[in-house]
Design a binder for this molecule. Structure first.
Ligand code: AOF
Ligand code: ZN
Length: 356
């Protein structure tokens, strides 16, 4: 039976992933209802505020004419016990007469955190927790950080030459990585609610900072613009692509310059900027601005380093601010995966010495 359990939970994890980028700041959740070793219903949390995975799976089974009484449910996150935008899933599972629930990971939401499991057990349901827990935790690394700290999950994305430069000394940086790598960046933008860059990137490249995949929600574009140079350019009549969709937020020493132009907050320390974004309901930030990334290094949760097949020999090193003097003081990383993307390589890493 154990092998079967793993198989069904994997399917539930695959379903959960379909909600990526569409449910933030909620978790991605998938559920499978099984009876007599056959899947009779599947569901996932499809959009923020929408029905939860368990309810979608139960309703799917019923729509197909199945009786869920006595069935087993595989769900990637502990069923909720509280009233939010949706009613408590634990109550619905009990009411439907499901007799066994296999859960990948406990819900870290302080409003739930074990109460859903308790409720199910108190109703006589057999509950198992922890199957593929590591995968489930990784899938919801953004949700887990944000719901427990109210600080957004911070990813740093960089496109580098193999010798570690993001641009030449004259800031030319086009086409370091290939098409496949750039397509992956779109997926990363989908996963994160906000995209952050420095004003230098905006003034030089005039990026859209949007997500061009199907069904991708509009992004919050965060710009660090100490002296308000973007506002000055706007007043001179220059148009910036990042204003075309979504929401733009500037952190600046001169918020007054942005009056009538964009939402702006006083620039502070990186910690304070993240705290502010958390207060604004943003659960995740993808830092794309090469040099803007350095100040956020100690706060980063994940690194996406794309290496293109080029050498510059000299240029802009995005990690220059580290100024490491001796090898033992290096900024430590733990490599999670390495992928070939066309002619480029993606190294995904976490800060060293810290578990996900
Ligand atoms: C589940 N199944 O599919 C999801 C859960 O405002 P609400 O009602 O949507 O509740 C959101 C909270 O519920 C969220 O923070 C998390 O704790 C849990 N999400 N729970 O049982 C689901 N999406
Ligand atoms: Zn729920």
């Amino acid at each position: 039976m154990m092998e079967e359990d793993v198989r069904f939970m994997r399917i539930a994890l695959g379903l959960a992933r379909r909600g990526e980028g569409l449910v933030n700041p909620n978790p991605m959740v998938g559920a499978v209802v099984v009876k007599d070793d056959r899947i009779i219903g599947t569901g996932w949390h499809e959009r923020f505020g929408g029905k939860h995975a368990e309810v979608n799976a139960i309703e799917d089974a019923k729509r197909k004419g199945h009786d869920v009484k006595g069935a087993t449910m595989y769900v990637t996150l502990e069923p909720c016990s509280h009233w939010g935008k949706q009613p408590p899933c634990a109550d619905r599972i009990i009411k439907e007469g499901i007799s066994r629930v296999v859960i990948a990971v406990e819900d870290p939401n302080p409003l739930v955190s074990g109460r859903g499991i308790k409720k199910l057990r108190a109703a006589g349901i057999e509950v198992e927790v922890g199957l593929l827990g590591e995968e489930a935790r990784k899938l919801n690394e953004v949700f887990i950080k944000y719901i427990t700290t109210r600080i957004p999950f911070v990813s740093i994305k960089l496109a580098l030459t193999l010798d570690g430069f993001i641009a030449t000394e004259s800031f030319s940086s086009q086409w370091i990585t290939g098409e496949a790598a750039r397509a992956r960046v779109q997926e990363l933008r989908k996963k994160h609610m906000a995209i952050m860059v420095g004003s230098g990137t905006v003034l030089r490249d005039n990026p859209r900072l949007n997500c061009r995949l199907d069904n991708c929600p509009e992004k919050v574009k965060v710009v660090l613009d100490r002296s308000g140079r973007v506002a000055e350019e706007v007043r001179r009549g220059r148009r910036f692509n990042l204003f075309e969709d979504g929401r733009a937020i500037f952190f600046t020493e001169k918020p007054e310059k942005f009056e009538g132009i964009a939402e702006a907050y006083p620039i502070t320390e990186p910690e304070e900027i993240l705290k502010k974004l958390g207060e604004l309901g943003i659960d995740s930030v993808l830092i794309e601005g090469g040099r803007a990334a350095c100040g956020f290094l100690p706060l980063a949760d994940k690194f996406y380093l794309f290496y293109g097949p080029k050498l510059f020999g000299r240029g802009i090193n995005p990690f220059e601010c580290l100024k490491v003097e001796t090898a033992e003081r290096a900024f430590p990383l733990r490599i999670d995966s390495v992928e070939m993307l066309g002619d480029s390589v993606l190294v995904t890493a976490y800060p060293g010495g810290r578990d996900v």
